[in-house]
Design a protein around this ligand. Sequence first.
Ligand SMILES: Cc1cc2nc3c(=O)[nH]c(=O)nc-3n(C[C@H](O)[C@H](O)[C@H](O)COP(=O)(O)OP(=O)(O)OC[C@H]3O[C@@H](n4cnc5c(N)ncnc54)[C@H](O)[C@@H]3O)c2cc1C
Length: 365
Amino acid sequence: MKSKAELRIAIIGGGIGGASAAVALKAKGIRADVYEQASSMKEVGAGIGIRPPSVRCFKEWGLYEALEKVTTQSDHMEIIAGDDHVLIKEAWPVLTDDKTEAYARLVHRADLLETIVSGIPEDQIHLNHRCEKITDHGDYAEVTFENGTTIEADLVIAADGIRSTVRNQVIGHVEPVYSGYLAHRVLIDFDDALGLASKENILRIYVDGDNSFYLLPLEHRNQVSVDITVPGEFAWKPELTKEEILASITGFGPTLQKLVENIAFEDIVTRPLCDLEPINKWSTKSVTLLGDSAHAMLHNQGQGANMAMQDAEVLAKAILEADTIAEALQNYETKRKPITKLYQELSRLFPSDQAETAFPEKAHF
Ligand SMILES: Cc1cc2nc3c(=O)[nH]c(=O)nc-3n(C[C@H](O)[C@H](O)[C@H](O)COP(=O)(O)OP(=O)(O)OC[C@H]3O[C@@H](n4cnc5c(N)ncnc54)[C@H](O)[C@@H]3O)c2cc1C
């Protein structure tokens, strides 16, 4: 392998996974350039929970204090039937070797991405670069962007999401699997949650048969992230009326229904919930997958972004420590495939009023 300083590493996609890969490599003294199709690096959508193994990555990357500023610690999650009948109240699982780390840090995805991006030098970020074509030449790959630019890299990290262009051209086409569920997501002010959101930073999941209703408090924003998951017809951008959304949640209590009635309809973003079957091959000699392009999973265990951030740290460490790219990619895959496969499987379990635990992952750690 070339010296680490000479390595040309290109990351395709500047979402949570791609941005994490750039900062993880930077923390190890290795430069990587990020190519993002959009005109800015920003996230839309929901609040998420950052788990202790990912929080440790931020400590490695020198971004922990910045992370603390945009997150709040949550110690419990609740599963609730109707408006107020708490079925389960459970501490977050310990996923590290430190038993005191039973928590998640709640954050809005936009704040999370902004925090990670703050650790990437500006000259390493290339916006308006949509990867159109990638040619794998064995020891290096050539990437052509829609804007006419072409680059060569010793290693291309495909962090371009569930419908990855890089994966589909180099590794093989993989079709996302539709779960049968749509998610309606919106941010509301804390007071607009009508007393249903927790003031103690508890993630609350209200359940009614196949339908679930997440209220994730974002204390530092004085907001609540709302996610309503219901069965529905597939479309990449489903178009539903407010009446159709309201009709799908009539099994919930009157306060939850009122909460939705009060939401400005144009603020709601509806997306189909899709994942991937586990992929056996993640890498060639000069291309590897990371994050959702490798192992997109449903949101039920709250682990998709966590897995992407942890992929980034493991890959960066493997590149730092290995003598060849091939050895680094082998070590990366060996470490990351078992855990991501487990979470892909567990994430297909939807919250239920019959569940005995809010965290099926606990049985595996
Ligand atoms: C509602 C919701 C709730 C969630 N909750 C949680 C949670 O609680 N915990 C958790 O850990 N995870 C959660 N997730 C999952 C998590 O958000 C994703 O797994 C994570 O964002 C994946 O990051 P990624 O960078 O791999 O992919 P993406 O976020 O999809 O980013 C891909 C990037 O690549 C860019 N791109 C795509 N194609 C190209 C191209 N051809 N050329 C250049 N750029 C390209 C895109 O513009 C994008 O910026 C949730 C997801 C959703 C939707």
